[in-house]
Structures are given as structure tokens and as C-alpha cells.
Design a protein around this ligand. Structure first.
Ligand code: BES
Ligand code: MN
Ligand code: MN
Length: 462
């Protein structure tokens, strides 16, 4: 048996134990955005550092101003590329909790009628299940052969889901330690359940929150209705004015740096056979809403967006209350593509909002960090190696795809450390990441582990 076959056989034999370890990690409630779970985030970091160290990747928990990072190394000057593996141990909040069929942090393995199995829990797919595919591959490699085939540094973050505020200072302060030849990132999806993928585009993001204030107190809507400003209406007008009737975003300069899809990509993606009916059908919808005259895949991969993620103001309780609220709130995010500049877009958005605030009212802005979009060169050598490894595992060539979501650190790896990334993940469209009843296919977990073992072996070939 060849060395890689032995490693793969060990992975197969150890799957139940690997699953038990993943369940232990999932049970830790590491919701990064909610301060109530600060101690849980640290606990997850400590769990990972212990786990890495126990398999032979010397790791420690590193404090930041926010949640800690985990950094580990196993290197002996091997000839192949020195790779940095990145994943995030934090998860999104679980609400609305009542829509979960079981406790989000009590992972369970569900068997479907066709025999396929899925792991249901918050973080099962995003990103604990994915991150552990790499850890388990490394474990099997070291246990079977005594070492990893290439030098490896590991970086696990605990703030990805809350905009990575500690990341820049951390990367800056630890440049030498973290700069490798290539980053491996497991936080993306496959094309479909049988077709692996390498993501070559990620959208960027910039966010803002507004609080519009009018009268100095909540008012009787009879005594003041029709006269005093209503902040709910002001916010509604701001939101309504963001798009024109063709679905285009109206902010001045918004499309600066947005390019049309190159022919070569359009052709490659047309061959993927994307079905917008299936894509929307699975979430109970039918008709795509984005800019008119664009392909459905453009809407999610290569066009920018403006979305309202939350809005509130006035009476929210049962029954009615005749009130004009003193203030109204909304949270916005813009997904960015191409060369769009997050700070310019923030400035344009704020000028637009300001222009819609009546003279006797005010607006307060609560900024969130922005990150530009990222494109990777599909001809870089690591992509070919990733493709060879994935094809060997899945029996099908990997698709080179875009991703609608954002992973801010990948751009920072490039800009701050000069390091390219190979984005390989085993999530599926219907994993319900960030939603109730998040799941990860057991097959994704198992073949994901095997895939990373193959990627490492492939990279070691030099
Ligand atoms: N893993 C996701 C990014 C992603 C989403 C990749 C969908 C592939 C498909 C990541 O954890 C995420 O959710 N990122 C946030 C970033 C934000 C909080 C700065 C996102 O995209 O909203
Ligand atoms: Mn993620
Ligand atoms: Mn996420």
C-alpha cells in the first residue's frame, strides 16, 4: 500500500472517533458576536490548542483585544511549500431558537431515508466541521507516517463571524510567524454534492448601522401625527431609495471598480448548468430579484449588493399602540466585488443617508469594518495541485467557482502577508449556515478529511 493509501485507510477506520471529537467542539457555545459567550469562545480556543498539541502540532492560545487566536506549528524545513491552514472556531448566534428542531449545541447525527447521514448543529458546517477536516487529516498523517508531508502552521480565529476586529493588529504583530508560502482555507462550499470546488472569488463587505432620531420622546400619533417627523418613515424611505426599479443600487459611485464578467468565466460557469429554480426552490422561492439582465450566478458571485439585515423602531409588542417613535434603526451590509473600495462606499452611503434626514432630525452611524472583494489567479500552481487531489478523491474535476459570502482574512493574507490562498471547502448550498438547523453532511466531513490528506500529499510533490 502506498503511503497516502495507508493514511486514507487510517482516516476511514478512525471516522467514528473523529466525529466524537467534532461533537465535543460543537458543544462549546462559541458565539463571537454576543459578549455573553466570551468564556465559551476562550474554551473553544483552548480545546483546539490542546487537540493540535496532542496530535503533534505544537499550539497555543494567543490573546487579542477580542477573542483569542490559536496558532500552531509543525515544521522541520521540509522542501515543499510551507502552508498556513486557516479556519474559524466561532459561530453565528442561534436565534430564532424556536425554529431549531433540537438544541443547536447538542449535535446529532441524522440518517435520511436514503441512508445518507448529516450532522445537525450550529457550527457543524460553518466552520467547526470544516476546520476539523484539516485537523483530522493532519492527525492521521502524523499517526501513520510520523510526520506531515509539508511544514504546517495553523491559525484558528474566533471573530470571523463578527467581522474579525482583532485580525489586523494580530497579523501585523505576528507577520514573520504567520507568513507562509500558501494559505489553505476550509470555509467554502462544493459546487454540488458530487462535485468538489475551488473558490477563486469571494465578495467583500462593508456594513453600517443607522439610528435616526426625531422628537425628544415617543409621541401620541393622534396628537402629533401628520405634523411631527416619524423616524420609521425616514428609515423606510432611505431603504426604498437604495435600489432603482431595475434592481440597480443608486448610491453615487457605487459601481466604480465593478467589471463585467470576463468571457472565459462566463463560458466556464455556463457549463456548470446552474438551475436558479432549484437554488430558489430549495428555500421556498421562485423568482430571482437581482439586477435585471444579469445571469443568476452573477447575482450571487460577481455583482455587488445592498441588503438591510435588520430594522426596528416603534412598538413591537402584541396588539397596537398609537405611537410615533422617537427613533428608528436599521443595519445595512453591502457585498462588494472587483475593485470596489469599502471606505468610498461607506462615504457614499452616509452622504446619501444624510441627504434624506430632515433638518430637525439627526442620524448616528455605527460603522463595521469593511473588506474588499478578492479574486485568485486560477492559473497559480496550487490550484492545479488542489484540482489533482480533489479529482482523485471525488472522481470528478473540481469546479472553479465564485462565492457569494465573504472571508475577510483571505484578502488580508494577500495584502498584509503577500500570501495566496487555496479555498477548498465541503459545504453544500442547503447546509443552512447561519440559519436554524444548520447541518454538515457526514460525507463532506469524511471525504473532506480524505481530501486534505491528498492535498497535503500533492503539495509535497513540489
Ligand atoms: N463561511 C462563511 C463565508 C461563506 C458563506 C462562504 C457562504 C461560502 C458560502 C463565513 O463564515 C461568513 O459567514 N462570513 C461572513 C463574514 C462577515 C461576518 C464579515 C459573511 O459572509 O457574512
Ligand atoms: Mn465560515
Ligand atoms: Mn459564517
Amino acid at each position: 500500500m502506498s503511503q497516502i493509501d495507508k493514511v486514507l485507510a487510517r482516516i476511514d477506520a478512525d471516522l467514528d472517533n473523529a466525529l466524537a471529537r467534532l461533537f465535543d467542539l460543537i458543544k462549546i457555545r462559541s458565539i463571537s458576536t454576543d459578549p455573553a459567550y466570551k468564556a465559551d469562545c476562550r474554551q473553544a480556543a483552548e480545546w483546539l490548542a490542546r487537540e493540535l498539541t496532542s496530535i503533534g502540532i505544537e499550539a497555543s492560545v494567543r490573546d487579542t483585544a477580542g477573542h483569542p487566536m490559536v496558532v500552531g506549528h509543525r515544521k522541520s524545513g521540509k522542501p515543499g511549500p510551507h502552508v498556513l491552514f486557516y479556519g474559524h472556531y466561532d459561530v453565528q448566534p442561534v436565534d430564532p431558537l424556536n425554529l431549531w428542531e433540537t438544541d443547536p449545541f447538542e449535535p446529532r447525527l441524522v440518517t435520511r431515508a436514503d441512508g445518507s447521514k448529516m450532522i445537525v448543529a450550529r457550527g457543524s458546517a460553518d466552520d467547526k466541521g470544516q476546520l476539523m477536516t484539516f485537523v483530522e487529516a493532519a492527525r492521521a498523517y502524523i499517526a501513520e507516517t510520523g510526520d506531515l508531508p509539508v511544514d504546517v502552521t495553523v491559525l484558528f480565529e474566533g471573530e470571523e463571524e463578527s467581522g474579525s476586529p482583532s485580525l489586523h493588529p494580530f497579523l501585523n504583530a505576528n507577520k514573520d510567524e504567520l507568513t507562509c508560502d500558501l494559505a489553505l482555507v476550509c470555509d467554502t462550499s462544493m459546487w454540488d454534492k458530487d462535485t468538489p470546488a475551488i473558490s477563486i472569488m469571494l465578495r467583500g463587505m462593508v456594513g453600517d448601522e443607522i439610528i435616526v432620531r426625531a422628537a425628544n420622546r415617543d409621541l401620541h400619533s393622534g396628537s402629533y401625527g401628520g405634523s411631527a417627523q416619524n423616524p420609521n418613515h425616514i428609515v423606510a424611505g432611505i431603504i426604498a431609495g437604495l435600489h432603482d426599479e431595475t434592481g440597480r443600487i443608486t448610491l453615487p459611485g457605487f459601481y466604480d471598480g465593478v467589471q463585467d464578467l470576463p468571457e472565459s468565466l462566463a463560458k466556464m460557469w455556463a457549463e456548470l448548468g446552474f438551475s436558479v429554480e432549484d437554488y430558489l426552490g430549495e428555500i421556498g422561492l421562485k423568482y430571482p430579484r437581482g439586477e435585471k439582465g444579469r445571469l443568476p450566478l452573477e447575482h450571487i458571485w460577481t455583482r455587488p449588493t445592498a441588503e438591510v439585515n435588520g430594522m426596528w423602531g416603534g412598538y413591537q409588542g402584541p396588539g397596537s399602540k398609537t405611537v410615533i417613535p422617537a427613533e428608528a434603526h436599521a443595519k445595512f451590509t453591502f457585498r462588494l466585488v472587483g475593485e470596489q473600495d469599502p471606505e468610498k462606499i461607506r462615504a457614499s452611503f452616509r452622504a446619501y443617508v444624510q441627504s434624506r434626514i430632515p433638518a430637525d432630525c439627526t442620524v448616528e452611524f455605527l460603522a463595521k469594518d469593511g473588506s474588499p472583494a478578492l479574486s485568485l489567479d486560477p492559473t497559480m500552481p496550487a490550484v492545479a495541485k488542489g484540482q489533482a487531489a480533489l479529482e482523485a478523491e471525488w472522481g470528478k474535476p473540481a469546479a472553479l467557482i465564485g462565492m457569494g459570502g465573504s472571508i475577510p482574512i483571505v484578502g488580508d493574507f494577500k495584502r498584509m502577508l503577500g500570501m495566496d490562498s487555496l479555498l477548498i471547502g465541503f459545504g453544500l448550498e442547503d447546509d443552512r449556515i447561519h440559519s436554524p438547523n444548520e447541518k454538515y453532511e457526514l460525507r463532506s466531513f469524511h471525504k473532506g478529511i480524505r481530501s486534505w490528506a491528498r492535498v497535503l500529499a500533492e503539495l509535497a510533490k513540489g
